[in-house]
Design a protein around this ligand. Structure first.
Ligand code: BTN
Length: 244
């Protein structure tokens, strides 16, 4: 295997760049940019990508286990990123199901996993990470949800190249572990990092709202809510604190 690294000052989207080249890449290949003209987020949203202020990076991964293993993998991505940031001095970085990164109840980073592949075959995944590093209020002011940046979460901001290298290396190790052992060994780590664990939340799925107490994830990667009907797993939707 020989993963490649692509560094671009300006790009449409680092995810798109890798999606266009899937047949040519080895697992672990990455693309990083300083600015994205068409950065994208989950649910068809755009990802605001001001020049030089943040980290925009994507990694290609070939998942032999196929599409069914993608849900677990996206949780492992969140766990890996949160652990790396905690280790680099951002105390109290948490995860929000399925794979957002939070600090003090505000969004610090987002993960977008895109994939192609055929039933029964390997899945080809592109994992994109957008991490707010030093974005200013005037740059991010119009965002529609509370956000924060690494500069606020860290006493000393790590060097951006070292930060990128640590995130990428840790992610490669975590994905290898996941491929070997599955999600089971990550469930406790998730619990320790879960921003919502044991807190009253609501889950928005389409038009319906489910209220409950968040109790982590199950072995399939579903979010567990304790509702009036007992402990119920959910595989979709968006969670938030009750009262928000
Ligand atoms: C989200 O929270 O909605 C996910 C945001 C993912 C943004 C990153 S930035 C690098 C990569 N390239 C993209 O176009 N999107 C992801």
């Amino acid at each position: 295997d020989s993963p490649s690294v692509c560094l671009q000052p300006i790009i449409d989207s680092t995810n798109q760049y890798l999606m266009n080249r899937i047949g040519e890449l080895d697992s672990g290949s990455v693309c990083l940019a300083e600015y994205q003209q068409a950065g994208r987020g989950r649910r068809g949203r755009q990802w605001f990508s001001p020049f030089g202020a943040n980290l925009y990076t994507s990694m290609y991964w070939r998942l032999e286990a196929g599409m069914a293993a993608a849900m677990g993998m996206s949780l492992v991505v969140g766990i890996s990123v949160a652990k790396t940031l905690n280790r680099l001095g951002a105390d109290g970085v948490k995860v929000k199901w399925p794979n957002d990164i939070y600090w003090q109840d505000k969004k610090l980073a987002g993960v977008l996993v895109e994939m192609t592949g055929q039933a029964g075959g390997a899945a080809h995944l592109v994992v994109g990470l957008g991490l707010n590093v030093s974005m200013r209020d005037k740059e991010g002011g119009q965002l529609d949800q509370p956000w924060t940046r690494l500069e606020d979460a860290c006493e000393a901001l790590p060097d951006k190249n070292q930060l990128a290298a640590a995130l990428i290396n840790d992610l490669i190790s975590a994905l290898r572990q996941y491929e070997q052992h599955g999600l089971g060994m990550f469930i406790e780590q998730w619990q320790a990092l879960d921003n919502y664990y044991n807190r009253p939340v609501k889950l928005l799925i389409g038009e319906s709202v489910i209220r409950g107490i968040a109790r982590g994830i199950d072995a399939q990667g579903a979010i567990l809510l304790e509702t009036e009907k007992g402990l119920v797993p959910f595989v979709g939707g968006e969670i938030s604190l009750r009262g928000e």
